[in-house]
Write a protein that binds this ligand. Structure first.
Ligand SMILES: Cc1cc2nc3c(=O)[nH]c(=O)nc-3n(C[C@H](O)[C@H](O)[C@H](O)COP(=O)(O)OP(=O)(O)OC[C@H]3O[C@@H](n4cnc5c(N)ncnc54)[C@H](O)[C@@H]3O)c2cc1C
Length: 169
C-alpha cells in the first residue's frame, strides 16, 4: 500500500460524473493506494495439522464482496469438522474441511474475476447492454448467477450452527 493524496484520488476518476469528483475531493485523513490481484485457486490448504482459512488460501478480487463471507464459511465448516473429531481423526477432519470448501471458494474467486470484466467494460455496445440490464431491475448484481452463492448453507447441520454443534456432541 502506498500513501496517496486527494488529487491523485480525484484524478483517478477523471471523466466520471462530476459528482464522483465532488464526493472524493472531500476525503479526509489517510488515503491509501493499493493494487488488486487475482489469485489462482490455491491447491494446498492443509499441511499436516496446519490448515489455512480465508484470504490465506483463497484471496480474491473484491467484485463479489465475498472475501470475508468465504472466510467465515471456512471457519464454520472447520469448526463443524473439528467439533466432532477425536485426536486420531483430526487429519481426516481437515481433509474433509478442504473437500467441503476448496471448490466453492475457488468458484467465488473465478466469479469475482468475471465480475471485474463485467464492471469495467469500456464505453460501447457491451457497456450499454450491461447498463440496460441493470436498469431493468436485473435479478442479481452482474451476469454471474448468484443462486449457487447466496442460497443454502456450508454447514451439514444448519439448525445447530457450528458453535452449538461442538457442545451438543
Ligand atoms: C477495502 C476492502 C473491502 C472489502 N469488502 C468486503 C465485503 O464487502 N465483503 C466481504 O465479504 N469481504 C470484503 N473484503 C475482504 C475481506 O476483508 C477479507 O477477505 C477478509 O478480511 C479475510 O479475512 P481473513 O481472516 O482471511 O484475513 P484478514 O482479515 O486479513 O486477517 C488476517 C489477520 O492476520 C494478522 N497477521 C498477519 N500476519 C501476522 C503474523 N505474522 N502474526 C500474527 N498476525 C498476523 C493480520 O494483522 C490480520 O489481522 C474487503 C477487503 C477490503 C480490503
Amino acid at each position: 500500500m502506498l500513501p496517496a493524496g486527494t488529487d491523485e484520488l480525484v484524478g483517478a476518476y477523471s471523466g466520471w460524473d462530476d459528482r464522483v469528483a465532488a464526493i472524493l475531493s472531500k476525503a479526509k485523513g489517510d488515503i491509501l493506494s493499493f493494487a488488486l490481484y487475482h489469485r489462482r485457486r490455491d491447491p494446498v490448504w492443509v499441511d499436516g495439522r496446519v490448515a489455512l482459512v480465508g484470504d490465506a488460501c483463497h484471496a480474491m478480487l473484491p467484485y463479489q464482496a465475498q472475501g470475508a463471507s468465504q472466510a467465515m464459511e471456512d471457519a464454520a465448516v472447520l469448526a463443524e469438522e473439528l467439533g466432532g473429531a477425536t485426536d486420531d481423526v483430526i487429519d481426516i477432519a481437515l481433509r474433509r474441511y478442504v473437500d467441503r470448501r476448496a471448490k466453492h471458494a475457488g468458484m467465488v474467486q473465478d466469479a469475482s474475476l468475471q465480475n471485474k470484466a463485467f464492471y469495467h467494460y469500456p464505453d460501447g455496445p457491451q457497456q450499454q447492454a450491461r447498463d440496460e440490464l441493470l436498469r431493468q431491475g436485473f435479478d442479481g448484481e452482474s451476469d454471474v448467477s448468484y443462486h449457487w452463492l447466496w442460497s443454502g448453507t456450508p454447514l451439514n447441520d444448519p439448525d445447530l450452527g457450528a458453535y452449538e454443534y461442538r457442545f451438543a456432541r
